[in-house]
Design a binder for this molecule. Sequence first.
Ligand code: NDP
Length: 493
Amino acid sequence: MPPLPRLQRRKQMTLQNYIGGALTAPAAGAYIDNIEPATGAVYSRIPDSGAVDVDAAVAAAAEAAPVWAAMHARERCDLLLRVAALIDEHADALALAESTDTGKPLWLARSLDIPRASQNFHFFGTAALHFASESHTSSENVINYTLRRPAGIAGCISPWNLPLYLFTWKIAPALATGNCVVAKPSEITPVTAHMLSQLCIDAGLPPGVLNIVHGRGATVGAAITAHPAIGAISFTGGTKTGADIARVAAPMFKKLSLELGGKNPTVVFADCDFDAMIDTVVRSSFSNQGEICLCGSRLFVERPLLDRFTDAFLERVRALVVGDPLDDATRQGAVVSRAHMEKVLSYVDLAIEEGGTVLCGGERVRLEGRCADGFFVAPTVITGLGPLCRTNQEEIFGPVVTIIPFDSEAELLAAVNSTPYGLAASVWTQDIARAQRMARDVACGIVWINCWMLRDLRTPFGGMKSSGVGREGGWEAMRFFTEPKNVCIRFPD
Ligand code: NDP
């Protein structure tokens, strides 16, 4: 196997597109600087590709499509399992790349991001072996069966927060169901997608089956969205970008799966198991610097528990070590970019303007040594704001949470459901009837009771309202990437 691109701390790495089975330079020869968030320094160059490169990727996908679609599910499964095995084999290099690109702690990339990328290929590769369709018998001599064919060429566009994890979460089911793929990782965090290209070559994935085009959303992403030969778009990212994509793709009648932003509630009732709750709520608030779409950013706490909760929560948040992502002791790494750091801090200013009180954090953290210019934000807890102010309505997507007391279930539900979003909620109570009422009435696609982020890959994943359209995961993904066709047969009487 040719050596994987290693992170070179002195010499800059230049990334390449993966088109038609080969690593290629962008047609226009232009590149964008890639910045390491923990140091603020440029450390690699990314192809600044354009519509010409997307056209080449689509042409390669179209050429590969008939053979890939006709391939036995067993063979497709074997190839995807080979990619999973190579991800496992190169897990350390991938984790280091993910941590360097995003600013997240290396231990987190090693324990969460990279294992999940491998599991995605494993899960959907083997799903291809079990995927079945329905048949409906109408009468003794009339039977219908549903034929599920690949949707065609799929466009997969993913964000920067869980780069390889979410990129593979889309690519794997698309490939498993016999589609060829043109994919774009976030331009801010492209390195592990580049490394995946090499792993796919090494795994023997046929040329053109997966194509990865690097570049900006406004050029590469827009070209994928608008390309007439791409019939299905699976997108994860911000709600505004999702709306832009829908505006282009919907009139072309493309299949669309949109996984968008959130403003997730965490609900703590006074009867909860406090010890089980408190550490998990610290995690659900600040994991990955709060840059997980599933993190809870509005903490609703039943008033009798408010003081105890606030004291215990603050004690734990103040103890979170903000530090070099390469250090095992670090609990909070850098946020992904200078622009994102400034956006997050602007929301702290807004919260103060709106009458909030910052109980801890609220500022940039300046570290010493190699991370002196990195983009670090202290984990921040704000109180004193009502549920309808902008701070409690808009997605911040960083290490900032608010605490909001409540007195009754009716008041709570009105506040919880007051945002335009509806992705995920986490509810803490020992009252099973109340838990069931919350699960029914909270307007979110995912409700965790007495837990957070326990993910079973078979379950439907996605949000309501402005958090998205459609569901991913399990059979939902396998169905999204296939086109059902009803075949009705009448046998002679
Ligand atoms: P963006 O919407 O900015 O970008 C997502 C992807 O879309 C990137 O690859 C981006 O490219 C690309 N893109 C940007 N503009 C266009 C366009 N006009 N047409 C097509 N593609 C485009 O989101 P972020 O990367 O900032 O990610 C954070 C957001 O993602 C948050 O809102 C978060 O809630 C959401 N998210 C949702 C999840 C879910 O499952 N619901 C999971 C994870 C995150 P580029 O980066 O190059 O601009």
